[in-house]
Design a protein around this ligand. Sequence first.
Ligand SMILES: Nc1ncnc2c1ncn2[C@@H]1O[C@H](COP(=O)(O)OP(=O)(O)OP(=O)(O)O)[C@@H](O)[C@H]1O
Ligand SMILES: [Mg+2]
Length: 286
Amino acid sequence: MDNIIKIENLIFEYKREEDNEIVKAVNDISIDIERGSFVAIIGKNGSGKSTLAKNLNALLLPSGGAVYVNGNNTSDETKTWDIRQSAGMVFQNPDNQLVSSIVEDDVAFGPENLGIEPTEIRQRVDMSLNAVNMYEQRKKAPHLLSGGQKQRIAIAGVVAMKPQCIILDEPTAMLDPHGRNEVMEIIHKLNSEGITILLITHFMDEAAQADRVIIMENGKSILDGTPLEVFRHVEEIKKIGLDVPMAVELAYRLRKRGVIIPDDIISEEDLIEYVFNRSKEFNSYI
Ligand SMILES: Nc1ncnc2c1ncn2[C@@H]1O[C@H](COP(=O)(O)OP(=O)(O)OP(=O)(O)O)[C@@H](O)[C@H]1O
Ligand SMILES: [Mg+2]
């Protein structure tokens, strides 16, 4: 298996400013991320998701264990640029990520910093804006765009660096449902073009769209598998204070009421199809 990221017994400790206490935000995580895959990371507030993400592109360096991106150890300072270029990051608030007053200048910012030739920058900017369906808006001022559009510009800025992997830390948290859908569509599109995706999210329905879901709790990975494998653990997931995708929840409740319902339902479409196909049978329950 070709792994773009290898995380070996990663530990990350913060020193809390108030009392100098050590906080173990990531506590012995070992995970490999397969090249080209789409991985969702979920977990309650404070479970260590963002800390893990920042360790994946050398924004933070391990207190223990090691992280390798494309075989490069993140603790090797001579590789920091390579690592940041291979594994781009998108954060929650698009306003904090946009730096220029014109969309296309913003997207050019990353490649300019890489010292790339102006003609190639032009090509990369156009390619990236097309990739996020924002080419038409290239001359606009970012502050005039919707939240979803701004977040797509932030993603274009990362795409322009030609990363092999994009780590998105709650990119849809500040968006309305329409903006969230727009961003999820782009994430799927980039993944289908071969970019590895790591998506941190609080939305279970977004996590259900990944190839693999990892649930974090207290700095550890406690569940790891396909969405179907992971979301089968409904009670365990609820016990740690998380939800499951809406269709999984509904199927779980129906099952509890004695309805025979298959355990491979993960999306609303799956549930609708099943209920529709079995509607005659369901009538006898009502
Ligand atoms: N700069 C910091 N200094 C000290 N402790 C920190 C710092 N940043 C995070 N922590 C602590 O580390 C732990 C993990 O935080 P982290 O931000 O990684 O969690 P998270 O899963 O991303 O949470 P959220 O869902 O709220 O974004 C928490 O206990 C948090 O309080
Ligand atoms: Mg976070």
